[in-house]
Ligand binder design. Structure first.
Ligand code: PAF
Length: 286
């Protein structure tokens, strides 16, 4: 696996990889776990070469968020990627991505606005902007993202369609299912912030979500079920719930009743200083 840190090196290396077939991009912020490696495994099934980017993108962190504390472990990440069969690691500096005078931002209205967009103003502008840059830099044939950030995936899909990334590059944006611990907690680089007590309590999130989904699927009142889910999380040790919302799976419009279209339960909740997000399909078993 080659590791490149400048755009000039990246372009040379990607041109070389492209001669042997399709190139897949897996964008990450590092601190890799098995959820990221599942993206790499899927990418290897779909393309001849896999490029992984590691860039802790400052523009998607709010002023009081964890940019400085965000885990950085490039050497360990590189070892995991090499073992996973990645061809190229793109690990630019902040200056390489945002040179002095950088003044452009991409804002995706609609899907960016509620849910995490409401409690993290500017977050999805930062995500859309850096992902658009990564698409331009690498010009992959396909790109893969985890379904754990369901809203992020919707924002990126909208941005790619609106800005015509889907031709000739990035012809497919692939969502890869969430990887979970044995107690159901979704893998996240931020899980390492949890104390042992918080980690134990955090398992209440997927458990309470599954219970709420069973109630919604059996026809119980949606707002009352979501209120009960929030109360259950607080009882289990979460300090606050940013949102617990049933949405249309595609548009992310909130739903007060379960219809026939695919729906998704999305939750963001805080435990100690850590904000956890999760999402699950609703109505699939009906
Ligand atoms: O999901 C992430 O790790 C980041 O938001 C992404 C897509 C790499 C953009 O910085």
């Amino acid at each position: 696996m080659k590791v490149v840190t400048t755009l000039a090196q990246l372009r040379d290396e990607v041109a070389r990889l492209r001669t042997s077939g399709a190139v897949a991009l897996v964008p990450t912020m590092g601190a890799l776990h098995d959820g990221h490696l599942a993206l790499v495994r899927r990418a290897r099934e779909l393309a001849s070469s896999v490029v992984v980017s590691i860039f802790v993108n400052p523009t998607q962190f709010g002023p009081n968020e964890d940019l400085d504390a965000y885990p950085r472990q490039l050497a360990e990440d590189a070892r995991l990627l090499e073992e996973a069969g990645v061809a190229l690691l793109w690990a630019p500096s902040v200056e390489e991505v945002y040179p002095a005078g950088f003044a452009t931002s991409i804002s995706v209205s609609g899907v960016s606005e509620g849910l995490c967009g409401a409690s993290r103003p500017g977050h999805f502008d930062g995500v859309a902007t850096v992902v658009a840059k990564l698409f331009n830099q690498v010009q992959p044939d396909i790109a893969l993202f985890g379904e754990k950030d369901w809203q992020q995936l919707a924002v990126i899909r909208r941005m790619a369609r609106d800005l015509d990334y889907t031709h000739p590059h990035v012809s497919d944006i692939i969502g890869v299912p969430i990887v979970r611990e044995s107690d159901g907690l979704a893998l996240s680089s931020r899980n390492r912030y949890l104390s042992p007590e918080e980690r134990a309590a955090a398992a209440a999130l997927p458990t309470a979500m599954k219970q709420a989904i069973a109630r919604i699927e059996s026809g119980e009142n949606v707002p009352a079920t979501l209120a009960a889910l929030e109360a259950e999380l607080i009882r289990a040790g979460f300090s606050s719930v940013d949102y617990a919302t049933l949405t249309d799976a595609g548009s992310l419009e909130p739903l007060a009743i379960m219809g026939n279209a695919p729906a998704r339960l999305l939750v963001a909740a805080r435990i100690g200083r850590t904000r956890l997000i999760d999402n699950m399909p609703v109505g699939e078993s009906l």
